[in-house]
Design a protein around this ligand. Structure first.
Ligand code: 3AM
Length: 186
């Protein structure tokens, strides 16, 4: 079995800029290291190797154009099953080309036999996971980074990642990259 997700990996200069948002003294925060920063298009979960090959083939068949992405603002989601846990993220300016790619990835993954995703797509780059947030400190972090903006960033491919959860956090491996076509002229 292998645990998979489909994402945009981000150029190292972008991850370095995002790193400047991390590392603040926020009690309970586990900051995402820059090498793990990405924009998830679709979490797939655990699949067997046969299904993984089908997913790879379906993703390789996607025809979509490259596009530009701008990151903007920061925010927080209540995360997962644990009470009082948040994830902190950088947001994305509304982007029809990203939505289009995400829809194509969704139908490819479903064609390969996965259950449809029921949750709404909220594009973001996770920067930290935070247990038992201190409201004042976490509010100050949101406030300090409210004007964050980065881009435009050229997106020329998307990636199938595998994820292993270790004691020291998640390890992501790029299993395959799928090129996007020439960007439309602006
Ligand atoms: O891009 P982010 O960080 O929001 O939270 C996990 C991460 O998303 C998410 O998949 C991405 C790569 O690991 N993820 C992990 N387990 C998940 C699950 N059971 C999940 N998303 C949905 N359901």
């Amino acid at each position: 079995m292998v645990r998979l997700f489909v994402a945009l990996d981000l150029p190292s200069q972008v991850r370095e800029r995002l790193r400047l948002l991390t590392g603040a003294k926020l009690p309970g925060a586990r900051w995402v290291p820059p090498e793990n920063m990405h924009l998830t298009l679709r979490f797939v979960g655990e699949v067997d190797h046969g299904r993984a090959d089908d997913i790879d083939a379906a993703l390789a068949g996607i025809a979509a154009r490259g596009f530009e992405l701008t990151l903007e603002g920061v925010g927080a989601f209540e995360s997962g099953r644990r009470l009082q846990a948040l994830s902190l993220w950088a947001g994305v300016v509304r982007n029809p080309a990203l939505e289009h790619l995400r829809a194509k990835v969704e139908s490819a993954v479903v064609r390969a036999g996965c259950e449809p995703e029921r949750r709404k797509f909220s594009p973001h780059v996770t920067l930290a996971r935070l247990d038992q947030p201190d409201p004042a400190k976490f509010g100050a972090w949101l406030h300090a980074n409210a004007l964050f903006r980065l881009g435009p960033v050229a997106v020329e491919h998307f990636t199938l990642f595998s994820s292993r959860l270790g004691r020291d956090g998640a390890h992501y491996t790029a299993e395959a990259d799928y090129p996007l076509g020439q960007r439309a002229l602006q």
